[in-house]
Ligand binder design. Structure first.
Ligand SMILES: [Zn+2]
Length: 344
């Protein structure tokens, strides 16, 4: 490993935008297929890697569907969640907000309380083994419409251990935010934080809609924000966070290449941006790799990468006391790293 890779590995990190299903390791996916007695177009890890290549965003969504349908029992989520956090911990990620698309699995006949229990067992075990903390976000999945989303809020009302926010992922070009206004209003009244995927496969108007109709605090992706200077200054003034996922965006074709990713420009303008893997297994990436790519293709220095870490912690939905403690330990680790004679 080069000096910069060693430094990046040692930097403390926070991940805000990761889908549990998209973190399923290839060999674990094969295990799921075998356990479920399923037929899938992949038999080896190499096949899976080849299968995880996308022509465009709709193609990616289709592959994602094939993957989530491989989960046939609630308890399988324990292993998937544990391994997701093990992989993040290897990159020195100390806190994760992981997204769980509950309606996908309940519609497959699985039980929400059992699913949440399995995920939380994975979370607790990973915390004991790797000292990594994790809260959950429930993705209401826009494709099922606002009535289904309301039902998901009923489930959360019944059981919400570690659930800190809602989100809507899925096909944003076909399912715009506006009809979810009442759902988000209710989620807010329930004390949940509000996030929506927007401006990934659709233009800046989808980001405006998520802000105006859903009152979101964070936008998932928001790559097209850059097209509208008025929107950029609004994000800046309102302190709305863009959870950016550079490798994901290149692999789904949302941006042409890493060097043309808008994260650098938005960062320089002072917009709060964070860097995330989205679906690390499906995009063959990791938090270390995301930081490294930002350094290589967009000139992010180590102090700038640490700034991204601090932004991600400060804008996360972790409790304030815990946040303050974690920030102190991050600053200490960072100073030690810099004092150790490493140059960036
Ligand atoms: Zn996402």
């Amino acid at each position: 490993m080069s000096n910069i890779e060693v430094l990046i590995k040692a930097l403390p990190k926070v991940e805000q935008h990761i889908h549990i299903v998209g973190a399923t390791r290839p060999d674990t996916l094969l295990w799921l297929v075998e356990e479920g007695g399923l037929k899938r177009p992949f038999k080896t890890v190499k096949d899976v890697r080849r299968y995880f290549r996308y022509n465009d965003f709709p193609h990616f969504i289709n592959v994602y569907k094939t993957v989530f349908k491989c989960i046939t029992r609630e308890d399988q989520f324990e292993r998937i969640t544990y391994e997701m956090l093990e992989d993040d911990a290897r990159c020195n990620v100390r806190y994760v907000e992981a997204s769980f698309s509950a309606p996908d699995h309940v519609r497959q006949g699985l039980d929400y309380p059992l699913l949440l229990d399995a995920i939380n067992r994975g979370v607790s075990q990973a915390q004991r083994d790797f000292n990594i903390l994790c809260n959950l976000r429930i993705d209401l999945v826009r494709n099922y419409g606002p009535n289904m989303a309301m039902q998901v809020l009923d489930w959360i009302e019944e059981k919400r251990e570690n659930v800190v926010s809602v989100d809507i992922g899925g096909s944003e070009e076909r399912f715009p935010p506006k009809p979810f206004g009442r759902v988000y209003q209710r989620a807010r009244e329930m004390g949940l934080h509000l996030v929506a995927h927007a401006g990934e496969a659709a233009g800046p108007e989808s980001i405006w809609d998520a802000i105006n109709y859903l009152n979101v605090e964070h936008i998932g992706h928001g790559v097209t924000a850059k097209q509208s200077p008025k929107l950029v200054s609004h994000l800046l003034q309102q302190g709305i966070v863009l959870e950016m996922c550079p490798t994901s965006n290149v692999k789904t074709g949302a941006v042409a290449s890493l060097s043309r990713h808008p994260i650098r420009e938005l960062f320089e303008k002072g917009v709060t941006v964070t860097v995330n893997t989205d679906d690390p297994s499906m995009f063959n990436t990791s938090m270390d790799n995301e930081y490294l790519q930002l350094h290589r293709h967009l000139g992010f220095t180590v102090p700038e990468l640490f700034q991204l870490t601090v932004s991600a912690l400060d804008s996360s939905f972790m409790g304030e006391t815990q946040k303050t403690q974690m920030r102190e330990s991050f600053v200490k680790d960072y100073q030690q790293l810099m004092d150790n004679g490493h140059e960036h």
